[in-house]
Write a protein that binds this ligand. Structure first.
Ligand SMILES: Cc1cc2nc3c(=O)[nH]c(=O)nc-3n(C[C@H](O)[C@H](O)[C@H](O)COP(=O)(O)OP(=O)(O)OC[C@H]3O[C@@H](n4cnc5c(N)ncnc54)[C@H](O)[C@@H]3O)c2cc1C
Length: 554
């Protein structure tokens, strides 16, 4: 039985089985990585599903029967592949465990609610029988959010997969959408687009993440500079907690005490199951323009970004790569089969080199403008003026279009790299403008040192996206040769050194990935003793027996 066709998604990595990031037409990828990482590619095999030994389920046959009565045969699953795929998210550590079959904890059963009554019944049953419930959206968490690591405290683990709760209603007058939490990004966006509207939320995990997951993790999309983070779009929500049902009012604003909505946003499945939410929409833009811009130095670009945001110029995408990431983007580009295009590209490079610009040493910015044709033209020319003042050159729209085309494809690259023994992971933060340069240098150094200490050559790439008047988010990508048979320890060491450096330099523990179990030990450093005590007290109020996603936040 396979109610959501989830077998067609890889249980060991990103996306659909059979879909991949093709390297064939990217001739520079391996030479570049060999040189930067001193890489000797080796074939890393993925364990066969049959060879994985899962811990036996703890849930008794009677309780399984009770669950089957609540859900019906077609909405409950205990198959091996389903248990495996629901016991992990998509962090590097998760994927390593999956690929190697190192699975020492697993949920027992996956249930697919179709209504709130089933959720309520499951919560009552779990409370009575010491069962843990892990709410599950698209399973794309990268912070260890979906695991039941300390399973000794429970007599069974239930993954509550929300994907069958996916109904949607649009209010054209108020320009809002009310949707059930299990709806996937593309389905939600297509439905509102059909009414000439957009939510404007496009995380890189868009294809496989859900509304409930976005809200529970305070997600940010690639167009957040214009549309905001998911919490900025939220108008109201409904959540089923062990203590009762919380439903907030759909009103544009109010001053009635602390915001209950914002308490549930970012609660990572610990307070209640978000069953539905109402969000604000925006009209679809009449005009969209994409621009590529090349700076001589990343720090010039950073200054230009600050100038733009503080002058009120708001592109929907504002993304600038530092010099190493610009070079990597250039080396990873696909080569056109069309000889005329190849000659044109060479001509373009020659022109840039003559003016002392290059993709090997410069810093690439992508801007996307949306709005009326007049507004787009105004914003674009104002932005280009600022960039020119910071010694940048405009590359036209080709680079922006290429980025846009591949923006949801890039996550598939990780599997290709892992197949060849390359470690790759990402960490992100946000910081105010006054501290951004220091944080950038110090965190890069901390990552490089941590990798070098392991005897490996580091490659650290950084970009800035998600821009605010007061600061911005920085996103670090690091790569190195994998430490054979110590991949997890290698990754944990680098991650810890990076997070320590981020916090030491005044950044936030996470701008949009969340806390989960992986970052829980730094949660108190982020919010303070009282802040953490408040979060845990809220949990004890809404979930007195700690049955909902019990280990997040520590
Ligand atoms: C390749 C890749 C790219 C990514 N890009 C981005 C990005 O651009 N921006 C970004 O913000 N994040 C990104 N992420 C992280 C991840 O996609 C987000 O955290 C996303 O919001 C998770 O959504 P999901 O539906 O997959 O939730 P899941 O991973 O299933 O769950 C995440 C958390 O939310 C809880 N949860 C899920 N549904 C509910 C519900 N209905 N009620 C209560 N709790 C619930 C879960 O218990 C868990 O704690 C990326 C991840 C990957 C692997």
């Amino acid at each position: 039985m396979n109610p959501t066709k989830q077998n067609t998604r890889k249980w060991w990595g990103w996306g659909y089985v059979g879909k991949s990031y093709s390297i064939e037409n990217r001739p520079n990828v391996w030479p570049f990585l060999k040189q930067k990482l001193a890489l000797t590619p080796r074939k890393c095999r993925i364990i066969a599903l049959d060879d994985i030994e899962l811990p036996p389920p703890k849930l008794t046959a009677e309780l399984l029967k009770e669950l089957t009565e609540i859900y019906g045969e077609n909405n409950i699953n205990t198959s091996k592949v389903t248990r495996i795929s629901h016991s992990f998210g998509q962090s590097y550590g998760d994927v390593i465990c999956l690929r190697k079959g190192n699975i020492d904890h697993a949920i027992d059963v996956v249930v697919y609610p179709r209504n709130e009554e089933q959720i309520q019944k499951t919560i009552i049953m779990a409370s009575k029988n010491r069962l843990a419930i892990i709410p599950y959206g698209g399973g794309t968490s990268v912070t260890g959010n979906l695991e039941l690591r300390n399973d000794e405290s429970y007599d069974g683990g239930i993954s509550m997969d929300m994907r069958k709760m996916n109904m949607i209603q649009i209010d054209n007058v108020s320009q809002t959408v009310t949707a059930q939490a299990g709806i996937f990004g593309p389905a939600l966006e297509e439905a509102v687009n059909a009414q000439g509207l957009t939510l404007g939320h496009f995380p890189q995990s868009f294809e496989f993440s859900t509304l409930g997951g976005w809200l529970a993790t305070r997600s940010a999309g690639q167009n957040s500079t214009r549309y905001g983070k998911i919490e900025d779009m939220l108008i109201s929500l409904r959540a089923i907690t062990p203590t009762g049902i919380i439903e907030t009012k759909s009103i544009p604003a109010s001053s009635t005490g602390p915001s209950i909505d914002q308490l549930f946003v970012g609660s990572e499945g610990t307070l209640g199951i978000i069953s539905q939410a109402t969000l604000q929409l925006q009209p679809l833009s009449a005009s969209t323009e994409m621009c590529g811009i090349l700076f001589k130095r990343f720090l010039d670009g950073v200054q230009a970004v600050r100038a733009m945001s503080q002058a009120g110029i708001v592109p929907s995408v504002l993304r600038i790569s530092d010099e190493p990431e610009t070079e990597a983007t250039f080396m990873f580009r696909s080569q056109s089969a069309n000889p005329i295009k190849r000659v044109a590209e060479k001509g373009g490079m020659w022109f840039l080199n003559q003016r002392d610009y290059s993709f090997q040493k410069g810093s690439l910015m992508i801007l996307v403008f949306e709005g009326s044709p007049q507004q787009v033209a105004l914003d674009k020319s104002a932005a280009l003026r600022i960039c020119k003042r910071h010694r940048a050159v405009s590359l036209g729209n080709i680079v922006g279009k290429a980025w846009h085309k591949e923006r949801f494809l890039l996550p598939y690259l990780r599997d290709v790299l892992l197949d060849n023994g390359v470690m790759i992971d990402t960490l992100e933060t946000a910081i105010t403008w006054d501290k951004i340069n220091n944080l950038y240098f110090n965190v890069r150094n901390a990552i490089s040192k941590a990798i070098e200490k392991q005897g490996m050559k580091p490659l650290v790439l950084t970009h800035m996206s998600h821009v605010y008047r007061t600061g911005a988010s920085l996103y670090f990508i690091f790569m190195a040769n994998q430490k054979i048979d110590a991949e997890l320890e290698q990754w944990q060491e680098i991650k810890a050194a990076t997070i320590e450096a981020i916090l030491h330099n005044g950044g936030t523990l996470s701008h949009h990935h969340g806390v989960g179990r992986d970052h829980a030990r730094w949660f108190e450093d982020e919010v303070g003793h009282l802040g953490k005590a408040f979060v845990l007290a809220s949990k004890s109020y809404f979930d007195p027996q700690h049955i909902l996603n019990p280990e997040n936040f520590g």
